[in-house]
Ligand binder design. Structure first.
Ligand code: GRG
Length: 309
């Protein structure tokens, strides 16, 4: 067998975790370069946008772009553009979610949240600026060269995932649900929108970069992404309940403090763990419908539930 830096030795996960690190470094350097080329009138805004985006995070969404895209044959700048776009949107969502009007958190990625480090008005503008930059990254030929039809399809997938029918809609019902007891079904719907839609879109962007829009394989990627998004969220509820702020790099126990319905509050800890594993197996099951070595996508599904932060 010809060993390459991408060769996966059967039965080990070491090379998968190094691919995750590699992808994380790759998107970090792409984002750094992206910010370096900006010409922003406000130095404070430019600095705060970099603060909110660089130097932290697992980069799971970027890695999903690279993993799905490379499995299906995409390479290079189209994947970098999509990886940057999903991490920019993710950073924006965290900055806004941490604001006093929302979750009112002080700690994010082991550092003061953006509105604590700067101020609330700056944090709002940072989120707005990051969201626009994400779209520019996908739509501009400078960052995303190649077929204009693919660029447009990628942008459409991302905007639909993060708008009123996706992430923003999920955030709205999360706020409405606060302090109320909700059913498991209502909870799953809220998470599918709030967290799941961007995770699903990350996988889809890799697929569209490789295959273009409308390909049948995109349905399989969607199902995998949805299941992975849900297992990620159940694990997040478990970690919020069981871990500490130092390990998580964000305020632990925030769900309990805000009296939010979570998988742990509805099912109990043990059943929530079982459910996370069950949904993770669903995600892995979808991969059987794909050709090629899906080992890294399987690893990522398992990583969502085994992670410590
Ligand atoms: C404000 C429009 C708007 C949306 C916010 C995603 C979201 C919607 C809020 C995040 C709140 C939150 C902490 C949800 C739990 C799941 C989640 C998205 C955790 C953070 O994602 P990670 O663990 O973060 O991938 P890193 O720092 O590793 O990138």
């Amino acid at each position: 067998m010809l060993m390459t830096d991408r060769t996966v030795v059967p039965g080990t996960t070491t090379s998968h975790s190094s691919i995750l690190t590699e992808n994380s470094c790759r998107v970090e350097s792409e984002l750094t370069e992206l910010f370096r080329t900006r010409s922003v009138a406000s130095t404070r805004l430019a600095e705060a946008m970099r603060y909110a985006t660089l130097g932290g995070g697992k980069r799971l969404r970027a890695t999903l772009v690279y993993a799905a895209g490379e499995l299906l044959g995409a390479r290079g700048k189209v994947l970098d553009a999509a990886a940057c776009a999903v991490e920019l949107v993710h950073a924006y969502s965290l900055v806004h979610d941490d604001l006093p009007a929302m979750d009112d958190d002080n700690l994010r990625r082991g550092r003061p949240t953006c509105h604590i480090q700067y101020d609330e008005a700056t944090a709002i503008l940072v989120g707005d600026g990051l969201q626009s930059l994400a779209m520019e990254t996908l739509l501009s030929e400078r960052f995303n060269p190649g077929d204009a039809r693919i660029r447009a399809a990628m942008a459409e997938v991302l905007v639909r995932a993060i708008g009123d029918e996706g992430m923003v809609g999920g955030q709205a019902i999360d706020i409405e649900f606060t302090g109320m007891r909700k059913s498991l079904e209502e909870l799953s719907t809220m998470h599918a929108l709030k967290t799941g839609a961007l995770i699903e879109a990350s996988v889809l962007l890799g697929g569209i970069a490789a295959l273009g829009p409308g390909h049948r394989v995109l349905d399989v990627l969607s199902r995998y992404g949805r299941a992975l998004g849900l297992s990620f969220q159940i694990a997040d509820d478990i970690l919020d309940h069981t871990s500490d702020s130092m390990t998580l790099g964000k305020d632990a126990g925030s769900d309990d403090r805000q009296n939010k319905t979570t998988y742990v509050s509805v099912m109990g800890l043990d059943k929530a763990r079982e459910e996370a594993s069950r949904v993770c197996r669903d995600a892995v099951g979808c991969l059987r419908e794909l050709e090629g070595d899906t080992g890294f996508l399987q690893y990522l599904a398992e990583f969502t539930v085994s992670r410590k932060s």
